[in-house]
Design a protein around this ligand. Structure first.
Ligand code: ACK
Length: 805
């Protein structure tokens, strides 16, 4: 046993050489060189190594191995490999086990990947080899190195495991996570909301075997009163001064000032009030103004008011309690109105009686289950609906919303739904209801990034009071616009401003009080998804692509829950940011779709993006969330095909005809079968048979949790049978040249290399192997797959007699 506590046997086998480095720290090298002697079996056992909870460990060896050719006379017995083994045990007791109980990890040979070690007069080749072992089930293990007659110096043994390092994402903290045992396993890890934040949608991420965090899902939000800044939450100050205005016997008007430190744009105020000592029954009014009138109050009664402000980060704390009293009823008035309480009482009694009668009718079935009178009565009198962020719009005053609560339950239930800005007589009112006015001086325009229907799209920066400057996208309305154009332009903001979801493009606000009129949204670094995918063809893992699709489906689920039908869902209308988070955008008011170059006029005069649209929407304008699901299927296809144009160059008329006849797009290359099946489900003719967006999200979550389910790909021959044979580039007949073929599969960049290396005909190309591709410099795995699969496909088609090469 040497200094390291490692054991070598037999004693004349491995030998420890102790040296010191330039800092006099000891270095240990083990060497063995019995190349002249027959039947060598020299073992070197390490001390016990704890795996520290990891179930897959990696072993990196650095060693020199002498070339047998350089050893005159030793060629007969000399070996150029050695073996590595392991044995698992919970403690050091496992040391004295027999050789044959060790499990072999691998035979280690020197390969080309060495670094040169300059030994002055000699250069030694230092080899580095890494192996991994797992799943490990005990607390630790021993390693053993067996020499069978080579000349080796073992310079370094590094044992490690991989982990996804602790990180904060979407305001949730994800702990250091040791990767899973299986090299393709993704571990789902739940995040914990950071201080002063609460769960919005349960935050989760996936830790890959390589130690990378992938596919963030869900998020936390800063608690009421806190604002998000640099991955932390801090509070905006409460409203401090509240003044009473006009007071009548039934109403109290209030006004107040913005909090001293708003820490962001105040989107609205929430005013909670209740009759003094009756706190369990309160009313909440939401207002965008700093004044309200609480009406319907009892005369001569004291009411308690509390106000809090909301910014994009959430609510601030409530103000202190302010108490005001309604005017008492005058004597004259009281005699005039002496009948009112009686009427109120009789109406109330009537309502209760009605409730009792309904309760009685219901009680027949209910009592079978033993729940009795009291609960059936309660069910009628107080519908037990918990707070679902329920907005009940006070239509008469769009600046205010009013909700009544009793014992923590909302009394007037209302599910938050999308409000069509067309329902407002004055569209300007709709804009200001849903979008914050921004002063033009807060915006710095930096550069033009594109052209929209109404004017240029620019990138720039927005500096709001009390907030750090941040990047934004700015859509501008060109000069000389008509009133209708202005309305349509701002209509998008009225729609976008109603949404609040991580996969929907976020509206910062609008500029309407100065020119140019602008819509300011969050900035998405990677622009539109179709262009981004085309630019990065073949560069993402399937899990990354599924992560993008999951985001889009989650955004669409939110929209469909809100009752909003998008009608123009396509990869060009999805934006993607630097974290590869996809967000649904393009909420034109004049749907469909003045500004979409893909939209074509139908025979009925409407303009529709034919390739993305469900048959019933094309034929009789039946746009629903189910037709959005069809479009989502097309987006899935675009994503898995890296931005390929659906139905390639077929004409719109041919697309309509083919789809009507039951043809569907073929599977993209290398597409997991489960994803293609989901696409086909989205393209069911019967719209009721298509999956709903929540089902799509769950299905994608399941696939992400279990990535091995993505390993089964649609195989080449079944792809062929699904092809829209006449029109797809793969099935469009023999390619006339290598260039044409490579262009068709979007690998045109390699044409020159192929030609230069003698692959100038399709016959020659048919012989290409993966090795050849690597030699030609096609190093991206995605590109190798694309080329090999296309070749494979052509061969299958040749066998089927479909495409002569
Ligand atoms: O593909 P792109 O770079 O992404 O070109 C189009 C262009 O503006 C016209 O629509 C880009 N664009 C639109 N909205 C945004 C945004 N919020 N962030 C970044 N780019 C955007 C789009």
């Amino acid at each position: 046993m040497g200094d390291l506590g490692w054991i070598a046997y037999p004693k004349n086998g491995w030998e420890e050489i102790g040296e010191v480095d330039e800092n006099y720290a000891p270095i240990h090298t083990y060497q063995v060189c019995k190349v002249m002697e027959q039947n060598q079996n020299n073992w070197l056992l390490t001390s016990w190594i704890s795996n520290e909870g990891a179930s897959r460990i990696f072993i990196e060896l650095k060693f020199t191995l002498r070339d047998c050719n350089s050893l005159p006379g030793g060629l007969g017995t000399c070996k150029e490999t050695f073996n590595m083994y392991y044995f698992e045990s919970d403690d050091e007791d496992g040391r004295n086990i027999k050789e044959n109980q060790y499990i072999k990890i691998d035979t280690i040979a020197a390969d080309e990947s060495f670094t040169e070690l300059d030994l002055g007069d000699r250069v030694m080749k230092l080899n580095t080899e890494v192996r991994d072992v797992g799943p490990l089930t005990k607390k630790g293990f021993y390693l053993a190195f067996q020499d069978v007659g080579a000349c080796i110096a073992l310079v370094s043994v590094r044992v490690y495991y991989k982990k996804c390092p602790s990180v904060i994402r979407n305001l949730a903290r994800f702990p250091d996570t040791i990767t899973g045992a299986d090299s393709s396993q993704l571990l789902e890890v739940s995040g914990i909301c950071i201080n002063h934040s609460v769960t919005d949608e349960a935050p989760k991420m996936h830790c890959s075997a390589e130690g990378e965090w992938l596919v963030p899902i869900g998020k936390c939000l800063c608690k009421a009163g806190y604002e998000e800044k640099n991955n932390t939450c801090q509070a905006p100050s409460p409203v401090s001064s509240v003044k009473k205005g006009k007071i009548t016997k039934n109403s109290i008007s209030l006004s107040w000032q913005e909090p001293d430190r708003p820490n962001g744009i105040i989107l609205e105020y929430e005013i909670k009030y209740f009759e003094k000592d009756q706190e369990t029954s309160y009313t909440i009014i939401k207002s965008k103004e700093t004044t309200i009138t609480a009406d319907g109050l009892k005369p001569g009664s004291a009411y308690v008011f509390q106000i809090r402000a909301r910014t994009a980060a959430g609510y601030g704390g409530f103000s202190r309690r302010f108490e005001f009293e309604t005017s008492p009823v005058s004597v004259a008035a009281s005699s005039d109105q002496s009948q009112i309480p009686i009427i109120v009482v009789s109406v109330t009694v009537g309502v209760i009686l009605l409730a009792v009668v309904i309760g009685f009718l219901l009680s027949g079935s209910c009592c079978d289950h033993g729940c009795g009178w009291a609960s059936s009565l309660r069910a009628v009198a107080y519908p037990s609906l918990t707070w679902r962020c329920g907005y009940s719009k006070a239509k008469q005053d769009p600046e205010e919303e009013k909700m009544h609560f009793h014992n923590g339950h909302i009394k007037l239930p209302g599910v938050r739904t999308y409000i069509d800005p067309h329902t407002y007589e004055d569209p300007n009112q709709a804009v200001h209801e849903f979008a914050k006015e921004i002063e033009a001086s807060c915006i710095t325009i930096e550069r033009v990034i594109g052209a929209g229907e109404f004017g240029e799209v620019c990138s720039g920066r927005l500096k709001l009071q009390g907030k750090r400057e941040f990047p934004v996208a700015i859509k501008t309305l060109k000069v000389g616009y008509t009133e209708k154009q202005r309305r349509d332009f701002l209509g998008e903001a009225s729609i976008m401003g109603q949404f609040d979801h991580p996969n929907i493009i976020h509206l910062e606000g609008v500029v309407t009080k100065s020119k140019p009129v602008m819509i300011v949204t969050e900035y998405m670094e990677n622009g539109s998804l179709d262009t981004f995918l085309k630019k990065n063809d073949g560069q993402f893992t399937v899990i990354q692509l599924v992560g993008m699709l999951r985001g889009i489906a989650s955004g669409m689920k939110y929209l469909s829950d809100m009752g909003y039908v998008h009608r123009d869902l396509a990869a060009r209308n999805i934006l993607i940011n630097s974290n590869l988070v996809c967000k649904v955008s393009d909420f034109g008011l004049s749907r469909v779709l003045e500004d979409d170059p893909e939209a074509a006029y139908t025979t009925r005069g409407g303009k529709i993006p034919i390739r993305w649209t469900a048959p019933e929407a094309i034929s009789f304008r039946k746009f629903t969330s189910a037709s959005d699901v069809w479009s989502y299927g097309i987006v899935m296809w675009e994503v898995m095909f890296y931005g390929e144009r659906p139905y390639w160059e077929m004409t719109n008329q041919d697309v309509i005809k083919a789809v009507e006849e039951g043809y569907r797009l073929p599977s993209p290359m290398d597409c997991p079968a489960a994803l293609y099946q989901l696409m086909l489900d989205c393209w069911q003719k019967d719209r009721n048979s298509r999956p709903k967006f929540d089902e799509i999200v769950s299905m994608l979550d399941k696939l992400i949790r279990n990535p091995s389910s993505l390993k089964t790909l649609v195989n080449a021959s079944s792809r062929v049978s699904n092809l829209l044979v006449e029109h797809s580039p793969v099935g469009s007949g023999a390619y006339r040249s290598v260039g044409e073929w490579l262009e068709a599969i979007k690998m045109g960049r390699y044409t020159e290399i192929f030609m230069e290396n003698g692959y100038s005909s399709m016959d020659a190309v048919a012989q290409v192997t993966l090795e050849d591709l690597r030699r030609l410099g096609v190093t991206l795995v995605g590109h190798q797959k694309k080329i090999m699969n296309s070749l494979q496909e052509m061969k299958v088609q040749l066998v089927n007699g479909m495409v002569p090469l």
